[in-house]
Ligand binder design. Sequence first.
Ligand code: E4P
Length: 214
Amino acid sequence: MQFYIDSADIEEIRQANRRGWVDGVTTNPTLVAKTGRRHEDVIKDICNEVKGLVSAEVLSLKADEMVKEGVQLAKIADNVVVKIPMCEEGLIAVRRLSAEGIKTNVTLVFSPLQALLTAKAGATLVSPFVGRLDDISSNGMEVISQITQIFQNYDLATQVLVASIRHPIHIMESAMMGADVVTVPFKVLQQIVNHPLTDKGIAQFLKDAQNVPK
Ligand code: E4P
């Protein structure tokens, strides 16, 4: 399973990348707005730092405009993936961008059938949002289980990228279900490295090492 970082903050992306945790990056307009910088500049910096795929989202809601925006974003670097919101116009744009050899990631997916349509449109990645489903008392991981099953049944090429991850159990269950990618906030990546028994064990070993004759 690949680990992407869900961030537009170049400093934390660098920190995570230097620890070897970053196979790719997802951004969205909210994350880019937090940086206070121009979209294109943010994506350019991330693409210079990270070798894997970097998702950059379009803002238009009409297929023609989405395609124009997508073509411009794809010119920033070879590893840019154009992120398109799930909607009828979005699926048209995905077909057209895919035909031009431009990679796409369909975002804001909340049901298995939205994911199936995304795969049929030829998207590179599909992003079901688990945390936002949990937030409204639906079961986000149940949707991932359904999507991975359907994609296996029909041997679909689109990769399942589990998004809106809130805690380590989302990552654990994604791996058990065979999701292709998880996109994870930096603080959750740090949470999965740490364990209180590891800290306790390190402290004990260091203490005991003081009793070893020199
Ligand atoms: C994914 O591509 C999105 O950027 C992200 O995972 C959304 O997460 P949120 O629901 O925590 O905003």
